[in-house]
Design a protein around this ligand. Structure first.
Ligand code: GUN
Length: 296
């Protein structure tokens, strides 16, 4: 069998960001609206700092307003919720993102529930979670949305396909399962208590790895010709002492078996921010009763 098609997330994300920039320019020139995204970051987790900085840069590049709120790790839950309330009321802000993880002393569910659902561009508010599962219009979590867009670049019709999602997180696994069910796939979630994950994965026409375990998925876990989407971004130190980023899939082995595969880096990663920008534009339009742009 020939080597897998490599799905270029960088290119797909760049096109989506261009579409967002055009939609933002249209909103500005025709309606005087500049969509704005506010990010709240608590503490000094280095990965979170990088994420939030990249988000701000992407907002500027696409013409969106960007607001950053940095709070110390010792901030009280009440003060954090008060900050969210202020942003809920701020007319310049269409999207609010609370960077995760939050410090242990803070109840993340209570905090995420404080974000106004119409500004919840992460799609983590219980109302948006419920809407997604009941197929009502909602704001959809960015990484799962990015996975689905990449999947559709190689598989236009997903109806009837066996999809296996590895991982049951609130950020990726669970919402992804909802999206795949809505796309008429037969969906299985594999998690840390599943029996024989390899055998379940081998049934998958579509395998989405979001377990956070470096190179957990081996070549013989993959059905020949399957589409493999790798959400993992794990920093590992090689024998030569150099750090590199690897996915949840053993890429070289998988590439020889799969029909299509996303690389790490350059696969799902760039899609998350592109989808966040898209959600912010959608939220800005819905809040004002404006038609939603077709971002392709
Ligand atoms: N931390 C890791 N991924 C995400 C994400 O998609 N949204 C937020 N808010 N925090 C994250």
């Amino acid at each position: 069998m020939s080597e897998a098609i490599v799905i270029d997330g960088q290119a797909v994300a760049a096109r989506l960001r261009q579409g967002v920039a055009a939609a933002v320019e249209d909103l500005r020139s025709r309606h005087g609206v500049t969509p704005g995204l506010a990010a709240i970051i608590v503490g000094d987790d280095p990965a979170s700092q990088i994420y939030v900085r990249n988000k701000s840069r992407a907002c500027h590049a696409a013409g969106l307003g960007s607001f950053e709120h940095r709070l110390t790790a010792e901030v009280s839950e009440a003060a954090l919720v008060a900050q969210i309330d202020e942003l809920n009321r701020d007319e310049r802000v269409d999207g609010i993102l609370v960077q995760l993880p939050l410090p242990d002393a803070i109840d993340a569910q209570r905090v995420l529930g404080a974000v106004a659902p119409e500004k919840d561009v992460d799609g983590f508010h219980p109302l948006n979670v419920g809407r997604l599962w009941s197929r009502q219009p909602s704001l959809v979590p960015c990484t799962p949305l990015g996975c689905l867009i990449l999947l559709r670049t190689v598989r236009a019709d997903l109806a009837g396909l066996e999809a296996v999602v590895l991982g049951r997180s609130q950020i990726v696994g669970r919402p992804l399962a909802a999206l795949l069910v809505a796309a008429d796939c037969t969906v299985t979630i594999v998690h840390s208590r599943s029996r024989d994950p390899a055998a379940i994965c081998r049934r998958a026409d579509i395998l989405i790895a979001a377990a956070g375990e470096p190179q957990m998925v081996k070549g013989d876990w993959i059905k020949p010709g399957a589409t493999v989407i790798d959400v993992g971004t794990n920093r590992v130190v090689a024998a030569d002492g150099r750090a590199r980023l690897v996915g949840d899939v053993d890429y070289e082995a998988a590439r020889a078996v799969a029909g299509a595969i996303t690389p790490v880096p350059g696969g799902v990663g760039p899609m998350t921010i592109a989808c966040l920008l898209q959600n912010t534009v959608i939220a800005a339009c819905r809040r004002r009763g404006l038609p939603e742009p077709d971002l392709g």
